[in-house]
Each structure stands twice: as C-alpha cells, then as structure tokens.
Design a protein around this ligand. Structure first.
Ligand SMILES: [Zn+2]
Length: 314
C-alpha cells in the first residue's frame, strides 16, 4: 500500500487528499463543512475518504482540525470552529465506516509535521512553526517528534500573553499574541496606520473601494510589495510582534528552525525582515549564539493535509 489519505477539516471547507510516501498529493477533493457540524460532518469525512479509497491503495487516514484532542488522539475534546463535535469519538466512528486505521491531530501540529518532513523544515529535530492566518497557530517538534504536552494541548503559542490587559481574544483571555501577531492584527495595524496618515494612504485605499473597510489582506500584500509606506508599516508592526514571540520561544525552546506559514507569509521578505529585526533586539544570548533559521513555509494550505497523511504512517 503506497498511499495515505490526509483530511483537513476547516470551519468552512473540508479538504481530502491522497498523499504518497514522499508527501506528494496525487488527488485532492473538497466539500463544504456542514453548518450543523456533528454527525453530518463525520459523514462527509467518511464519504470523502471512501471515495478516494475506492481509487487508490490506501493504508491509513489522518484527520486534522483546529482545537484539541484527547491525549490518545481518538476523540475530540474541543473544537472552536465546528458545532456539535466536542466529545465525539471520531477515530472509532471513522474506522468503522472506512475500514482503515485513523489518526487525529491538531491542524497546526499537522502543518508543522508536514513542513518538517517535506517542506521548509528540512527534517529539523527542533522546530517551531507559526501558522499565521486569521489567528495564530503554533506547532512544536522536539527530538524529531510532535510535542503535544500532557493533555494534548501544547504549543498554543498564539494564546501566550503579550500585553497585560490588552485586546480581548477569542479564547476569552486578554492580550494574547494572536491579537497582535496574526492576519486579523495585520488588518488592525493597517487601519491604525491609515488613520494616522490619511494623506499617505490614498493609493492604498484606492486598491479597494476607497474606504478603510474595503482594504483586504491581498491589497495590503500587493501594496507592500510595491513599496507603499502605509502597507509596509502595517507589516512592520505585525512582524515586530511576531519577532517578539519568536524571541520568547527561542529562550524557552532553542529551536534550529522557525517556520512561518499561513496566509500572511504571502508577503515573504516584507514580513520576515521585521521579524528578524525584532528577534535580533529581543533574543537571549544574541551575539553569543546564532539565531535560529527563520524560513517561509513552502507547502501553503496543503501543509496540514500532507502532514496528517504522513502521521497516519507513523
Ligand atoms: Zn487568546
């Protein structure tokens, strides 16, 4: 059997792919996530897996999503994006419907594993990955394995506190890094830069419908690549916060590589440069030890799917 299936369950869509031993996706299908979640979603996942299983020699199935799973990775403890799925014995249910072994994994962990095995991580044994999209997901590899903690919920770096009594976070706490170092934060930093420099912001606003609310992440990225000072300022602010988080993680974990993924990394060096600047100011022992290698993720939105398919082999 040469293939495994990776399934990435998001709040709006489910992606399922057949993946070979080298991390290559040979076929990928997509369905909408049922709004009612729960057993309807479990049915969608098993239908997708069975469709692909009918066409390829499939050994195992890996399923990843946000939230956290029981330490034995057989059931869901809590998922922030999907209704009626908390406490579900998902692995047993799927195994009986698909007839193959099933592993479950947090999506940020799966992405870190995918990048480590086949992407920018270069097989590093000590690796931190930050997945920076709407939120800020964390994944940690130590000693060549995913570090999950004692209750399956480690590496939630986005919910470490950056600012005492800072912005309220979706997790219920205040001042989490996710509120300062995410795609959502980038948009807030852009709105702040626009209101601070309305004259300088005209060309950025003109990329959308002329209002602050019309500016999207894509507008910001393309404007920053063209050297727009307001867009660059928003990336600089966001990058400096990410760098502050990386410096903190470096003090705790001393990783060889730090992989930055998620939609925000489409800006490439425009984001990496302020991260590096901030790391060089804030890292412990800088000047006496080299910085961890900071790299952009290379697997894009497929990192979780590829990673969790590979975990089904281990
Ligand atoms: Zn939080």
């Amino acid at each position: 059997m040469n293939f495994d299936i990776g399934i990435d369950v998001g709040g709006t869509k489910v992606l399922a792919g057949v993946v070979d031993s080298q991390g290559k996706i040979v076929e990928k299908i997509r369905r909408e996530t049922p709004i009612e979640g729960g057993s309807a979603l479990t049915s969608v996942i098993s239908e997708m897996a069975n469709e692909l299983k009918g066409k390829y020699e499939v050994a195992g199935i890996g399923v990843c999503s946000a939230g956290f799973f029981a330490p034995d990775r057989r059931s869901i403890i809590a998922n922030p994006n999907i209704a009626n799925w908390n406490g579900v014995e998902l692995a047993n249910d799927l195994e009986s419907r698909i007839g193959r072994p099933v592993v479950l994994e947090n999506d940020a962990n799966a992405a870190a594993w995918g990048e480590r095995q086949f992407g920018a991580g270069g097989q590093a044994n000590e690796l931190v990955m930050l997945t920076i999209g709407t939120g800020l997901g964390g994944g940690l590899i130590t000693d060549g394995k995913i570090f999950r903690g004692s209750r399956g919920a480690a590496a939630e770096f986005g919910h470490m506190r950056a600012v005492p009594e800072g912005h309220l976070c979706g997790c219920g706490l205040r001042g989490c890094y996710e509120q300062y170092a995410s795609g959502t934060a980038l948009m807030r930093h852009a709105r702040e830069a626009i209101s601070a420099s309305p004259d300088l912001s005209r060309s950025l606003l003109a990329r959308g419908n002329g209002t602050v609310d019309g500016v999207t992440g894509e507008h910001l990225t393309s404007a920053a690549k063209d050297g727009d000072p307001v867009a660059v300022a928003a990336f600089n602010t966001t990058g400096h916060w990410i760098g502050a988080l990386v410096a903190t993680l470096e003090a705790a974990l001393d990783p060889a590589k730090v992989v930055i993924g998620g939609g925000v990394i489409a800006a490439g060096e425009i984001l990496l440069k302020p991260i590096r600047e901030s790391m060089s100011q804030l890292s412990l022992f800088r000047g006496r030890r080299s910085a961890p290698e900071l790299v952009a993720a290379t697997l894009g939105n497929d990192a979780g799917l590829i990673g969790v398919a590979n975990l089904a082999r281990h």
